[in-house]
Design a protein around this ligand. Structure first.
Ligand SMILES: [Mn+2]
Length: 353
């Protein structure tokens, strides 16, 4: 298990002081990272429900948009979108005296809102579980070993307001964040994750309702894409215990792929017997390829993506970009992967002879 790391030395406020500031604030703004996932939205909206229940003025502002599959979350339509409503967003940012950055520790991760956060005099708080956070915040609730930011929001509220009884609305949002970041409790969890999930279930939320909203969302078009990708586009590098899928710009056009359609495809590569690395190369724009990397056990794909694909992320789930076609990105990957041969071969996880 990873070492649990609370960066308490980075706090300039105690949680008590912060509690007073929150209660005295006039406008709180909560900002998830751009391209938000279930944890970014779940943690932000969960915190929003708590603050609303305390009768505080608060808004969630997201850079781009909330993914469709999260539209079942309670009052998700209250979220403001910077791209489609810049005036309202700027007004809220100008009035903000407290800003929460959720599920990222590096400000560039929140898109065009970065400058507005930087120039704001508001008290800035980060709640996050990603490696290498920046340190220019007034308060950090940061723990890499946590399954998700949603798990941390639960712990944060427990410390901030020990008497708070979690509402069903907050419970549903935070549970969603834990469920999506752990892939339905398959990875990145720890004992505290299950304890948090158990407490959230006591709010009366329906596990089946949430799971089916998150995971049973395939459209017929997406199933056809999965079929095509697995049948025609997947390659297996047995000696490196690696499987990858690549989609060129031309293929993407031909298939009429929309944002989010390729979500989760990389996990099929990783789910093959004996594989410990899954990779997905997606040329979203002509000559610009997005790379998704997944791994099992101690093989750290965030190091690989940081070193070679200008990206980052978690040990077992990372991403990056490459200025080139999908084919060129794959060629680079094939150049890199042999240096990891011994490490990959020695991993015990998932080994089958
Ligand atoms: Mn997260």
């Amino acid at each position: 298990m990873e070492v649990s790391l609370f960066m308490s030395d980075l706090k300039t406020l105690t949680i008590r002081d912060l509690g007073h500031s929150i209660l005295g604030s006039h406008q709180i703004v909560i900002i998830p990272h751009k391209n938000p996932d279930g944890d970014a939205i779940g943690s932000s909206l969960g915190l929003w429900h708590y603050l609303k229940e305390k009768k505080l003025n608060c808004s969630v502002i997201v850079n781009d948009s909330v993914p469709d599959f999260l539209y079942f979350l309670p009052e998700v339509d209250q979220i403001t979108t910077f791209e489609s409503d810049p005036e309202r967003s700027k007004g809220l940012m100008a009035r903000a005296d407290m800003i929460f950055c959720m599920d990222y520790g590096q400000l560039h991760r929140c898109g065009d809102l970065q400058g507005h956060i930087e120039s704001s005099n508001a008290t800035k708080v980060v709640i996050d579980h990603h490696p290498k956070p920046e340190t220019n915040f007034d308060f950090m609730y940061h723990q890499i070993a946590a399954s998700s930011t949603s798990e941390l929001v639960y712990m944060f509220l427990k410390e901030l307001d020990p008497g708070y009884i979690f509402s069903k609305n907050a419970g549903m949002c935070l549970y969603t964040g834990i469920l999506t970041d752990t892939g339905c409790f398959r990875h990145a969890f720890r004992p505290e994750t299950f304890m948090t999930a158990a407490e959230l279930l006591k709010t009366g939320i329906s596990y089946e309702f949430i799971v089916s909203n998150i995971f049973d969302t395939n459209t017929p078009e997406k199933m056809k894409l999965i079929g095509f990708a697995l049948d025609q586009k997947m390659k297996i590098l047995k000696e490196y215990r690696t499987a990858y899928i690549s989609i060129s710009f031309e293929e993407s056009e031909k298939l009429g792929l929309k944002k989010g359609d390729t979500e989760g495809l990389v996990n099929y590569a990783l789910s093959i017997q004996n594989m410990v690395v899954g990779a997905f190369f997606y040329e979203r724009e002509k000559g610009k390829t997005k790379i998704s990397l997944r791994s099992k056990g101690n093989f750290a794909v965030n190091e690989m993506s940081g070193k070679y694909f200008g990206g980052g992320g978690h040990k077992n789930a990372a991403g990056g970009e490459f200025a080139g076609t999908a084919e060129e990105s794959v060629a680079k990957f094939l150049d890199i992967i042999p240096q990891y041969k011994d490490e990959l071969a020695s991993l015990e996880i998932g080994k089958r002879d």
